[in-house]
Ligand binder design. Sequence first.
Ligand SMILES: Nc1ncnc2c1ncn2[C@@H]1O[C@H](COP(=O)(O)OP(=O)(O)OP(=O)(O)O)[C@@H](O)[C@H]1O
Length: 275
Amino acid sequence: MENTITLKKQTVENKKYMSTAIPEDPILQLKKVSISYTAGKNAVNNVNADIRKKCITAIMGPSGCGKSTLLRAINRMHELYPDIRISGEILMNNRNILKMNPMEVRRMAGMVFQRPNPFPTMSIYENVLAGYKLNGISLPKKEKDELVETCLTNVGLWNEVKDSLLKKGTFLSGGQQQRLCIARALALKPEVLLMDEPTSALDPIATNRIEELLLQLKNEFTILIVTHNMSQAARISDYSMFMYLGELIEYDKTQNMFTNPKDKRTEEYLNGQFG
Ligand SMILES: Nc1ncnc2c1ncn2[C@@H]1O[C@H](COP(=O)(O)OP(=O)(O)OP(=O)(O)O)[C@@H](O)[C@H]1O
């Protein structure tokens, strides 16, 4: 009896911190998602959230709170860890991605990592098209040329590299390499762009360019970004999630969370008291 009362109380408490302003038209729905690397210890614990289309949603929280684990699960990269266990549902456009072909999921949810990682043996041109090659999809030359130009234009790189498309991607600066990696992810026309601290290895100027780029890209794409940089979340995200010890503690419009955090732990984190 006591347990039931405690559970009910927790549900009410949890709801209190999930803003009513959270999306009605989600592209992505996390339902009771729990993930563990070792039995009995959840790295992600019972996360429920709807992610709004064509918005930037930031995932924040102290080191080890499960941000990257959650992000990786959204394109089935968690499966690279053999003993990992996942429960719950991750719906993308109402389809449970945990039951789909992983290659199809990765086409729908592109990933950009912390360190720019263009394929070192490929040219700039080939890097943009790498997703097609890996998926065994061949395109006519004209279509490939158009796709490369469009994607590089979308990331503001076309004018900088149009005369050196056959050079290796690794010749570019760090910021240019990261924009190339974003172009590579965009080439597959993903539903969602997942970004794991995409600017943490970049200088402030390159960071600024990527942030401007993300603000443009959200007109067309849904972006979910893990960031340690609170000012970055405040600058570019529409919605913010705060995770702590694997749990989603608070999820709200960024402006609400930064001006009026509901949970003491969110407030302390945003005030720099831990993390
Ligand atoms: N490959 C792994 N094997 C076992 N445990 C892991 C593995 N990767 C992460 N963990 C554990 O899972 C938990 C969540 O880690 P995760 O990397 O998702 O957190 P994070 O919030 O992204 O951290 P950071 O901000 O430092 O990148 C941590 O306790 C971590 O130690």
